[in-house]
Design a protein around this ligand. Structure first.
Ligand SMILES: Nc1ncnc2c1ncn2[C@@H]1O[C@H](COP(=O)(O)OP(=O)(O)O)[C@@H](O)[C@H]1O
Ligand SMILES: [Mg+2]
Length: 369
């Protein structure tokens, strides 16, 4: 078994008796990027601060390269953990040159330092600014200097807390990609904190989805997206359609026909959850929709409530005749049917998730974004 670069085991942090971080465990290999993804306040930054050593856990252990770095008794001080940090409000030292900033945490002779500084500035494509000052750089350039500074001492682990959220959208994509390739080249293990699913999908080898202090799901982005553990996990990544249905004889009756609900007791409510991009739309032909199929189930007759053009896709809202449910569908390009138009909807069965019904809490977590 290869030894993880970073491993945390059952980390717990209490504030005022509340478990803000609750039994969080993670393993990150060298060169791997793990994203801790979750809504604001779920405990991401607190987790990161404990790993950095600036916050002390109430219980749990932190291991680096198979060596214990911190438990509740033993503690390697932050500056000896070989951990690099990058935060949103990274600040360069305004009175130091770019070279001075990047060299800040470096040890060794003047020549050695200068060589490492030049190497990193070359990598972030800012060598020409080596003797410039922070105020002469754009926001994106400053960010790249901050990255070079964090990487200069060759940290074994890089902890990044929403490092790109201060940058404007168009700049952000490029800097994310550059950062990622640099970190991979250096074989650093990266723990990146973000509340943005898009960022996590783009950056992560592995996503750890966090909620109320706990990791509720962990895996490759594809798996987390396509096999969500609950309704809130679906809704955190995209809009979600939810049909509430009651189970009878292990079957839930919906506008799209019956769904299997094995092992669910009679008269229990379930939520059938699916994403707008998985709703298929067919035109009405003399009062008929498409024929039912095993993959798509039964088509549901619905009327357009409103349709909006969103740029790369159109968002159409429907009211389903069967029970008045409102469902959203997205369609590539321009598709703007008039309100009241009758259409038929189907959803591929394997894109639907059946979960125990949840109340308001799930909605607060991410629905209706
Ligand atoms: N020093 C502190 N004292 C008391 N509560 C705190 C402290 N730091 C964070 N918290 C609380 O812990 C929870 C998690 O915070 P944080 O880890 O910053 O969340 P995130 O980074 O996911 O937004 C929040 O409810 C926050 O208010
Ligand atoms: Mg935070």
């Amino acid at each position: 078994m290869p030894v993880p670069r970073l491993e945390i085991r059952n980390l717990v942090r209490l504030f005022d008796g509340r478990r803000v971080v609750d039994e969080v465990s993670l393993r990150i290999m060298p060169g791997q990027v793990t994203c801790l993804l979750g809504p604001s306040g779920c405990g991401k930054s607190t987790t990161l601060r404990m790993i950095a050593g600036v916050e002390m856990q109430d219980s749990g252990e932190i291991w680096v390269d198979g060596k214990l770095v911190c438990d509740t008794v033993f503690r390697v001080p932050p500056e000896r953990r070989q951990i690099g940090l990058m935060f949103q409000d990274f600040a360069l030292f305004p009175h130091l040159s770019v070279a001075g900033n990047v060299a800040y945490g470096l040890k060794g002779s003047k020549d050695e330092k200068r060589a490492r500084v030049a190497e990193l500035l070359e990598r972030v494509d800012l060598l020409r600014f080596i003797d410039g000052y922070p105020h002469q750089l754009s926001g994106g350039e400053q960010q790249r200097v901050a990255l070079a500074r964090a990487l200069a001492p060759r940290p074994r682990i890089m902890l990044m807390d929403e490092p790109f959220s201060g940058l404007d959208n168009r700049l952000r994509d490029g800097i994310r990609d550059e950062t990622l390739s640099l970190l991979k080249e250096e074989d650093t293990a990266v723990l990146l904190v973000t509340h943005e699913p898009d960022e996590a999908m783009r950056m992560a080898d592995e996503i750890a989805l966090m909620r109320d202090g706990r990791i509720v799901q962990q895996g490759a982005p594809y798996n987390v997206y396509t096999r969500p553990v609950d309704r809130a996990a679906v809704a955190f990544f995209s809009d979600a359609n939810v049909l509430r249905a009651q189970v009878n004889g292990a079957l839930a009756q919906t506008p799209f026909g019956q769904f299997l609900a094995p092992g669910v007791p009679d008269r229990t409510d379930v939520d059938i959850v699916f994403r707008p991009q998985h709703v298929k739309i067919d035109f009405d032909r003399n009062g008929q929709g498409p024929l039912p199929t095993p993959t798509d189930g039964v088509p549901a007759r619905a009327q357009v409530v409103r349709a909006r053009f969103m740029g790369h896709e159109s968002l159409v809202e429907f009211r389903v005749d069967y029970d008045g449910s409102i469902l959203k569908a997205t369609v590539p390009n321009v598709f703007l049917p008039a309100a009241g138009t009758v259409m038929w909807l189907t959803v591929r069965r394997d894109r639907c998730f059946v979960f125990p019904a949840t109340s308001g809490k799930a909605a607060a977590f991410g629905e209706g974004r």
